[in-house]
Every structure is written in structure tokens, then in C-alpha cells.
Design a binder for this molecule. Sequence first.
Ligand code: HEM
Length: 515
Amino acid sequence: RWFRSHGGERRRKQPLDRLPPSPPALPVLGHLHLIGSLPHVSLRSLAKKHGMDDLMFLRLGAMPVLVVSSPRAAEAVLRTHDHVFASRPQSLVAEVVMYGPSDVGFAPYGDYWRQARKLVTTHLLSAKKVHSFRHAREEEVSRVMAKIGEAAAEGAAAAGEAAVDVGELLSSFTNDLACRAVMGASFRGEGRNKLFRQLVCDTTPLLAGFNAEELFPFLAHFGVIGKVVRARCERLRRRWDELLDRLIDDHESNENEAAAVASDDPKEDDDFIRVLLSVRQDYGLTRYQMKGLLFDVFAGGIDSISSTLEFTMAALMRNPRVMNKLQAEVRSKTPKGQETVTEGQEIVGEADLSTMSYLRALVKESLRLHAVAPLLAPHLSTASCRIDIDGGAGFVVVPAGVRVLINVWAMARDPRFWEDAEEFAPERFLDGGSAAEVGFKGNDFQFLPFSSGRRQCPGMNFGLAAVEVMLANLVHRFDWEMPPGKEARDIDMSEEFGLVVHRKEKLMLVPKLRV
Ligand code: HEM
């Protein structure tokens, strides 16, 4: 229905329910054949090619999709009409693996999500709670520094070059950090950290979106695909249950803990399971819901931090000018002999980071060019919504039940909003720079690595604290070189799409102890 009669006896034609513009589509597939292995890149090209710079309406198989490609359209969706677009598409994977879903990330917009999110932001991921984990973070950083130190010493002793797999080191660091936050210092016992790491690796490919059963839901209901996916999800769910139930049981059966939980409000440095046990009654939490909330820490927190760190190290290697400036800042602000000593290692402590403005600008620049969630997580419209981004001239109507992909990657590289958009130049975020006022909080819609509005990442403080302290230490203690025969300018920055985008190629670097 494009037109309806309007205005009584004199029938004038008025536009009605004008969907956002759409490129030509094929039967059955819709626009699916136009999406390559990196959907954010394909969607940017498609929007450009057809001049659909703000909003574009697609059909991927049976799935209606709204693509948002400009800051003003993002503002309309994430701020003006946030309440309409704050839900999540439901899927078999979310239902089976995420307990309902009972986690925050995949829960549909509504009372449960509101309560769960309040719990998580108040008790698990608040700035105060993140600060209380600073010693734990410093200890985990010290362990990584010790490992790299050994590799550097081996390389020096053999007069050779001992390259380390930077991604492997960093993902084991963030996995251990998440385990420690969830279950406390005992997380290495029985190799629990390794079990979680394996489980996260096996689960994340299923969460990437664009699964066949979501694109063609009739397959999930009637076909063999549905059965296969369900069986796979149920196997994973059993493994999550086994690990999480054991941890919760251990916490519950510890007599001291039980007493503390019964009598006290959560304490500052309590691990997440203890916190959840202590607020369980206030929030009326079931065990399934507790497990759902813990799931988010592993699904949301591990890869996002390690991938950010790995892309940043790769970008630093390709830009020696920036690396030198960062090292100069970190080293001058934490001179030798004034490091924090943790676990026998001299490290840059978190207290030293507050004056490192170049470090903060660098993290912003890295997340601008390498947002680890380039399309955010998919949003879903829960009602029909009239969007007016053109001051009255160009309103469109988005129906209920449409999946929304916000291409923050494209906006962060758009020359209309950034000076020298493809340049890696942290200076733009420093005082006097062209993006000096642009921050992480979601008020600048051309820069949304943590999103904006109701569904904005609640783990931002947790994530940034880990990224900053690790980066500062990686460049403080070591100089980094390429393995023999390789040039830094040849480091391939290609990505692999998923719930979190990863580097396609391993980053192998040679650490040299700073002299
Ligand atoms: C550098 C690190 C991180 C980045 C760049 C990042 C980015 C994001 C993004 C882009 C979203 C989607 C927002 C949307 O759909 O509008 C998100 C959601 C979320 N993140 Fe993060 N994140 C990071 C770290 C973390 C950490 C450490 C945790 C938890 C420990 C976490 C927990 C979550 C949760 C629970 C959601 C879902 C929120 C909701 O649906 O209400 N994130 N994150």
C-alpha cells in the first residue's frame, strides 16, 4: 500500500507507509547474495552504490533488515526512537544456549531485561566494582609480562628471535580475567580457566548471526537444519551447565561464604557468583537466570577485549611514529624504578594511567578503525515506527519485527565526518585535535564502538580498564620487532566476521626486553 485516499470528498493521494529505500532484490534470496564474508564492508558498498546513505531496507532470505549508515540515522534509532528499537531478534541458539535467553545481551526488551541489566550495571560492572578488581587485573598483567619476559630471554640466549603469538597471549589473559571476576582467585584450580576457554571458543561461532535457520525460519521448524542446530546447541548448553552449576554449588556449599552471603550485602571485591548469590532473593533470580548472566561475561567480555588489544598492537607495529610516541609517554610517566611491583614483576600500575592522554587517544583511534562489533549486536523493532531524519521532507516507516544493523564501522571511516578518515592518527582525539570532544559515551553518533542508548555496552569500564593497563605494559617493558624476513608494513589487517570481529592472520611478534 503506497497510497491511500485522504481528506474526505476531495480524494488526494498521500504517501503512506513508505519503507526506507531498497536495492533490487532476487526472489527467495532477497539481498542475501549481495552480502559477502564481511557484512559490514558489503553493506557499506551497497549503501554507497545505491545512494542510501542514511537508511536502507533489505531482505536477507526471509529476514527483513534495516541498515543504518549515517550518524543522524543512528541517532534516530538509538536515541529518538530507542524504546522501539531496543529489543533483540530471538533465535534457537539464544533460546537453548542462553537459558531462555536469560542473559542481558540476547534478552528481548521488557521487564526481565530491565531488571537483569539493572543488576549487572549496579552490582557487577559498575565503575566502583571495576576499580575494586584493579589488583586482580595487575596480577594477571604481571603473569603475561613474565611469560613474554621468558620468551624474550630465550630469544636473546639463543641469539635468535623468539616470536610470540600475540593473539594467543592476549586471549588467555582476558579469559583468565573473566574467570577471576566470575569465580575469584581459585579459577586456575582443576584447569577451569582452560575449560571455559574451550567452551567460549566452541560457542562464539554460533552467535555470529546470519545463521541459516534465522534467514529461513521454515528450515528451523520443519527441516533437518533445525534438528542439527538444536542438537548442537543442547550439547553446548550441557557443557555450560556442568561448569557453571559446579561453580555455583561450590560457592553455595562453602560454609563461610554461605554465612557471609546470608548476613551481608555484597562486598567490594566479591566475585560475581558471590554477588549474584547475595542479591538472588532481592531480584528473585532463578539458577537459570544466574547462569545466563554469568554467560554474558564470557560471551561479551573475552573476545571483545583481546581482539581490541590485538588490532591495536598490529596498528602500532604498522605505525612506528605512533608506537614511539606511546612508548615515550608510558615510559616517561612511569620511570624505571617507580613501577608497581606485583607478583615479583615491575609493572605500570593502574594508578599511573590517569595522566596518559596519548594512551587514551590511541585506544579511541584503534576502536574507531577496528570496532570489534562493526554492526553492533542486532537490534529489533517492536512496533511500527515513523522515522524523520530529514526535517520533515523524508520520513520513512519501519514496520515491527525488523532486524536493525547499525554500521558503526562505516560511520567511523566516513570522510564526511572524519578528517583523513583512513589515517591512524590518535592525535585527532587530543586537545586541539579535530575529534577532541568525541568520547566513548555514545553522544557522538559517528563514533559508537560501545553503542548508545538502552542497549549500550554495560561492560565498557571493565573493557577499557583491561585494554589500557595491558597496552601500557606491553609497550613499557618491551620493544617489539617483526620475525626475521617480515616487514611491519606487510602486516595484514584483514578481519574475520563474527559476534566479535577477529584478525584473520595471526600476529607473531618478537619481544625485546627494553634496555
Ligand atoms: C573493548 C571491550 C568491549 C567492546 C568494544 C564492547 C562492545 C559492545 C557492543 C558494541 C555491544 C552491543 C551494543 C548494542 O547492541 O547496541 C555490547 C553489548 C554488550 N556488552 Fe560489550 N563490549 C566490550 C566489553 C564488554 C565486557 C568486558 C563485558 C562484560 C564483562 C561486556 C558485556 C556486554 C553485554 C552484557 C552487552 C549486551 C547489552 C544489552 O544487550 O543490554 N562487554 N558490547
